[in-house]
Design a protein around this ligand. Sequence first.
Ligand code: FRU
Length: 484
Amino acid sequence: MADMTLKKKRMDREGYRQQLRLEEEKLHLAAADPRRLTYHLEPPVGWLNDPNGLCQKDGVYHIYHQYVPFYPELCSVLWGHVTTKDFIHYEVQEPAIYPDTDWDQNGAYSGCTFQEKGTMYVYYTGNVRHADRDYDYITEGREQNTILTTSEDGFHFTPKQLLMRNEDYPPDLSLHVRDPKVFRENGRYYMIQGARDLDARGSILLFESEDLIHWTYRLRFTTKTPFGYMWECPNYLKVGDRRFLIACPQEYRQTKGGIVKDNWCGYFPLEYDFDGGTEYELLEYRTLDQGFDFYAPQVFQDESGRWLLLGWMSTPDADYDCEMTVENGWVHAMTAPRELYVNEAGRLCQRPMKELEGMRREIARGPAQGFQKAVSACFELKVFLDMPKQPFELLLRESAVLSYRDGVLSLDLTGCGAGRTVKSVELSKVRDLWILSDTSSMEIFVNGGEETFTSRIYDSMKDLKVKFSSGQRGGRVELYELIV
Ligand code: FRU
């Protein structure tokens, strides 16, 4: 039986350790689940959501994340901590940040790290929900505190400092302001935060600082017409001379050519010089992932200068089952790590991080037409198509079907259980496909990663195969088993 005191607001290190001892059998239960992923980051027990504070320090990648360790027993969310050197082998560390102060007692919400002269600055949102009466928690009853703690090694943290409270945000905002991300541009420090205003319009707030501690509000990035009521988890990146803002606009749905898309996570090319002016332009929004399970990604630049991305491989409020493994004591995972680049058309593209090639054992390579092979659940398939406008059908695993016809690429998971159906994207060509399959996930990168489909998949994991059929000749495939 879980300790009911956890249902109270706070959770500190001692409470966590105690509870972990009590729930040790859940660790074994989780570890024995055949749906445990093999090369993806997942919680040893409990619930994981957004990646937080992604960085590389002295060669080691630190991945913090939203974590409810004893889910479905509830406690306020804390920051789990995992380290890796290669994104194939992960070491689970003791959680890094606990909701143990008055400023964050209902959750150490999402945030980032920023390194300066060897010190890691950690910014996050301290969530507080007042419980003395019924509030709507939109205009009343909630505190969204911007909190700073620092670390010299990524494991030990200084006492928390309160940097901003509700009254430090613009007055026309609701009490939904969160998920700080800090970066440097033109020699200055900037912080962006996701926000919802009193008219339920989403935006990204921009703050500026000279010392990483005192922050001044400068402006907000938003669209000319309303676009989702709250923009969660904003990110900023500059690749070459192109700038992008990433956000998760809640409740934005788009219908295009009869295809309904839940565009809950995407990016805008940004035109803004970070010169102190207030003029900016957000160019055409594009969805970052077309699959069923992708949300709250975070990007960061590693020590070699690569822009990398990890996302939460799930979706909030889905009408299909995202909690298939709860009965085994754990739920959710991160996407595979992806490297970002900008293609000739100016699109932000994702491809699996190079390090993942270390898992490959070649099974086959050859002509695409008629290709068929039995596989285990953990495989990588690359398909190169010479006639990119020709229709094709690719059977993956047990009954997942990726098909291309009439300019629409569709992923059909109807036969795979858990309520996922069909997701589609319009594409004038399909030149290449790059697929990463793990026990219970599948990530598909299309046309050099211009489009991706990320999904959990809950088939039987038995008698799996890949089978490619199309009218076209030419084209080739490479198939690898992935072994950790
Ligand atoms: C996105 C999110 C963030 C928040 C965190 C709380 O999934 O809602 O906006 O900080 O999760 O766990």
